[in-house]
Design a protein around this ligand. Structure first.
Ligand SMILES: [Zn+2]
Length: 148
């Protein structure tokens, strides 16, 4: 499937023999082996130049050298890989939903703890208030009893 003069070859196991092909730059630097992660070419390896991503701020122009190492997936395997990717995506979504649910539960527990603490404090204040009220009533009764 290689279109340019690649000096590499592949064994049946997919191991790479030889060296990456030189790119189209003036100094013919060796290209880099990379892996596509696109929907059309999942996990398909290719060569491109180390300068393919050169930013526009530099004087050098990005090198356009590109050469597939792997053949494209057959429709059968493409469908299989698409299915696996879809399953992974769904699991990822489920994972996010579970994380959010846990977060919500944690917040609910925190709110309940805060409310319980607040109610406990109110209970203490009510008890103190009752003691003060009782003491005041006793004091008034004693005062009245002493006056007569
Ligand atoms: Zn190059």
């Amino acid at each position: 499937m290689s279109s340019s003069s690649s000096t590499t070859a592949r064994t049946r196991a997919g191991e790479i023999l030889g060296v990456p092909p030189p790119c189209n730059c003036k100094d013919k630097i060796r290209s880099k082996l990379r892996q596509s992660n696109s929907d059309d070419n999942p996990a398909r390896r290719f060569y491109n130049c180390a300068r393919s991503m050169v930013s526009s701020s530099t004087a050098q122009k990005p090198c356009k050298f590109f050469d597939w190492l792997d053949d494209p997936l057959t429709p059968h395997y493409k469908a299989y890989v698409d299915g696996l990717r879809e399953e992974l995506r769904k699991r990822g979504d489920n994972h996010e939903v579970m994380k959010l649910k846990k977060k919500v539960e944690k917040q609910k527990a925190l709110r309940k703890a805060e409310r319980d603490q607040f109610e406990a404090q109110i209970g203490k204040v009510k008890t103190r208030l009752n003691i003060v009220l009782f003491s005041a009533v006793v004091f008034v009764i004693l005062l009245g009893w002493m006056m007569y």
